[in-house]
Design a binder for this molecule. Structure first.
Ligand SMILES: *Cc1c(COP(=O)(O)O)cnc(C)c1O
Length: 373
């Protein structure tokens, strides 16, 4: 009889998220016509340099890509002022998380994170049979003092923190984060998820010197899925000490980032003006969402990302908005549990998508109010 590994057999059938395509099919909406404001993908597309580079590369797809991803790592090293040996590239941050956990968690090892933060971390951890202890949120960001206290007490193999946080959208200051990193035991690997780094100001972002030799247990994770608009290409990377990158290289899938994905990422890096434009448009979209919330009597929280949390007041109302909007062809998500569960999380869309979201949300709220009278 074939038998799965016991910890995998014990897992419920699950995915970190039900995909928007799955949700659309279940709601009877054609997936390709869905307005996607639920996965924090970029509404602003990718740089035209990416399209050109992909077209040039297409004839070469019969060949495997460069297993060392040399050119991309060189370009990233130049951007970050580090050595290419301090960078490894994988199929998104999701893959970076999995690789670091596989390399450092150990059999039944312990990891810490804030309950309710980015679900894929918990998903990858569960798949490896890891143990998990969680801490709370303070407002729209994880309570990092609590996280540091617990790390000192339990000396876990791994601690995970997203800054800015998803789904909270809030961030910790550079000074607070620097102190937090220093408070984590040296035997704990720090997975710092900076998926939204490009939306932060230079003053908010942790200095680039805070990596590699100075803090050998810190892994800073970045992605091409957000500001660069390449979520479908699956490229993410880590900036870490050479000890960590050399370790991960022993188990990384050397062709996991495809030839086309690597070329797309490299081209995206070259278009800095495009990135600045997306950051500007995203900021004005966030402002539009804050005004909308104010107009229709919902709250909203400051965000340093490409999404905004709307405060609906009750978990019941927030939960009813998701299926009601989905039926109207609009996909959003909400934090599953905890203090933010009364919120909906809405990605900044194009002006036209924001308009559609606003009119449909207004209509749904009106019909729910009518029902309850
Ligand atoms: C979107 C997001 C990611 C996704 O990363 P990929 O590179 O697409 O795997 C990772 N972490 C956080 C916090 C995110 O919001």
């Amino acid at each position: 009889m074939i038998q799965p590994t016991p910890h995998i057999e014990a897992l419920p059938a699950m995915t970190p998220f039900l995909g928007p395509e799955t949700l659309a099919r279940a709601a009877g909406v054609p997936p390709e016509s869905l307005i996607r404001l639920g996965a924090n993908e970029s509404a602003f597309g990718a740089s035209p340099l990416v399209t050109q580079a992909l077209e040039r590369e297409l004839p070469r797809i019969p060949y495997y890509g460069d297993p060392e991803l040399h050119d991309l790592r060189e370009a990233l090293a130049t951007k970050h002022g580090c050595s290419p040996d301090e960078i490894f590239v994988a199929s998104g941050i999701d893959d970076v998380l999995s690789l670091c956990l596989r390399a450092y968690l150990g059999e039944g090892g312990l990891a810490l994170a804030a309950a309710g933060t980015y679900p894929t971390f918990f998903y990858q951890l569960a798949g490896l049979g890891g143990r998990c202890e969680t801490t709370d949120y303070a407002g729209t960001r994880p309570d990092i003092e609590q996280l540091a206290d617990l790390a000192q007490l339990r000396k876990p193999a791994i601690v995970y923190l997203a800054n800015p946080d998803n789904p909270g959208g809030g961030l910790h200051s550079r000074a607070a984060l620097t102190a937090w990193i220093a408070a984590i035991p040296p035997e704990t690997l720090i997975l710092l998820d900076e998926a939204y780094a490009e939306f932060m100001t230079v003053d908010e972002l942790l200095p680039l010197q805070i990596h590699s030799g100075l803090v050998p247990n810190l892994v800073r994770m970045r992605t091409f899925s957000k500001v660069y608009g390449l979520a479908g290409m699956r490229v993410g990377y880590a900036i870490a000490s050479t000890a960590v990158t050399a370790t991960v290289e022993k188990i990384r899938q050397h062709y996991g980032v495809t030839r086309l994905s690597a070329v797309a990422a490299l081209a995206a890096l070259r278009d800095e003006e495009f990135v600045r434009r997306v950051v500007r448009e995203t900021a004005s979209g966030r402002e539009a969402y804050h005004s909308l919330a104010h107009e229709i009597g919902l709250g909203s929280y400051p965000s340093s990302t490409n999404f905004v949390l709307f405060e609906c007041g009750t978990v019941a109302l927030a939960s009813r908005l998701l299926p009601a909007l989905l039926k109207r062809g609009i996909f959003i998500r909400k934090p599953g549990s905890g203090a933010l569960a009364s919120c909906i999380r809405v990605t900044v869309g194009t002006p036209q998508e924001r308009e559609l979201f606003a009119s449909n949300l207004t209509a749904v709220l009106a019909s729910l109010a009518f029902e309850s009278t």
